[in-house]
Design a protein around this ligand. Structure first.
Ligand SMILES: Cc1ncc(COP(=O)(O)O)c(C=O)c1O
Length: 344
């Protein structure tokens, strides 16, 4: 099935808003077309609606073409826009793994789209047979998060390939944490699968959660439909400038990522020796899911000392589990010492 056949009718026929900067972009003109203020403040002009400079830089780093990139106000915006392009409210459905990132469900609900789940196995791997045999004909989107939040594991490329090949809607592989993993991204499969969307973000490994810059990689036809419905200036000028600057410095980025990975490995091995710990789940992300004998008490102990972690005890397959984000070395030591001090 072609991409266009999956798109909502109203989006197909939509005449998008044409902003002044859609028609002219660049600084060599006398710009009297957008009711902007002519006095220079660095931000008196509307930003480039298509973030061309930023996309050129991202394309180079990621080894893709610029026309395969869509940039959102955080990857959460891209998730929402995908619902709006593909899912007819109260009619189409979407599919996800459980447990996984909670925003898929929230975004589905906002867009009046039912979501259903395939459970991960106890070892957090995908049961591909179960997943594929429970696809509904109304499923337009399938969300897979790899490395998965909150479990921290990455899914095998062969499973992901099989799913992209077999699922007839859009497969979204959310790689928000991929830079913390040794495994390769599914970006390399973009030319193979027209229905593949890979999401990454500047919020994690690039240390820029405050910027709200989400990176989507996909077939250019999907980019076209997302562009049709997005708010015209969805990524502001300051964020575009700052993101470009961060991307210039790949060395600092890699050095910070390596520090976080080595802290994760250290914390994993230390936690395994703590009496209160039942299981330390392997992680390829910047957090570790840890099962404790007394998770609520550990949570409260940490909180009483000013350390906040995420209680995931209510998530499916995560009974007793807290999700610990990897902090700086001194922060991790403080957290570890408190966990070690717990006795019951
Ligand atoms: C799996 C996953 N995807 C996406 C996001 C959101 O990323 P962004 O900050 O780019 O909206 C998060 C944030 O925690 C996440 O865990």
């Amino acid at each position: 099935m072609g991409i266009e056949e999956l798109v909502r009718e109203n989006v197909k026929i939509l005449a998008p808003y044409s902003s002044a900067r859609d028609e002219f972009w660049g600084m060599d003109y006398v710009l009297l077309d957008a009711n902007e203020n002519p006095y220079d403040t660095d931000i008196n002009r509307y930003p480039d609606p298509y973030q061309r400079l930023l996309k050129t830089k991202v394309a180079k780093i990621k080894g893709v073409r610029s026309d395969q990139i869509f940039i959102g106000n955080g990857s959460d915006e891209i998730i929402d826009l995908l619902f709006r392009v593909f899912c007819e409210p109260y009619k189409d459905t979407c599919y996800a793994l459980s447990p996984s990132y909670g925003m898929y469900k929230v975004s589905a609900s906002i867009n009046a789209v039912d979501i259903h789940y395939s459970s991960l196995r106890d070892d957090f791997s995908i049961d591909v047979t179960d997943l594929l045999s429970n696809v509904k004909s109304s499923d337009k989107l399938l969300f897979l998060c790899s490395p998965n939040n909150p479990t921290g594991n990455i899914f095998s490329l062969s499973d992901l390939n099989e799913i992209c090949y077999s699922f007839k809607g859009i497969v979204i592989i959310d790689e928000a944490y991929i830079d913390f993993s040794d495994h390769s991204s599914m970006i390399s499969r973009l030319d193979r699968f027209d229905n593949l969307v890979v999401l990454q973000t500047m919020s994690k490994a690039w240390g820029a959660a405050g910027l709200r810059v989400g990176l989507g990689f996909m077939n250019k036809e999907i980019v076209h439909f997302l562009n049709k419905i997005k708010p015209p200036y969805n990524v502001n000028q300051l964020s575009q400038n700052r993101a470009l600057k961060l991307l210039e410095d790949v060395e600092s980025h890699e050095s910070i990522v390596n520090k976080i990975i080595s802290q994760r490995k250290w914390l994993e091995s230390e936690l395994k020796h703590c009496k209160s710990v039942i299981k330390v789940h392997n992680s390829e992300a910047n957090y570790i899911l840890v099962q404790f004998q007394h998770p609520k008490e550990i949570y409260e102990l940490l909180k009483s000392e000013g350390i906040i972690v995420r209680d995931r005890t209510a998530a499916p397959l995560c009974s007793g589990c807290l999700r610990l984000t990897i902090g700086k070395s001194d922060e991790n030591i403080r957290m570890l010492n408190l966990i070690k001090s717990f006795s019951k």
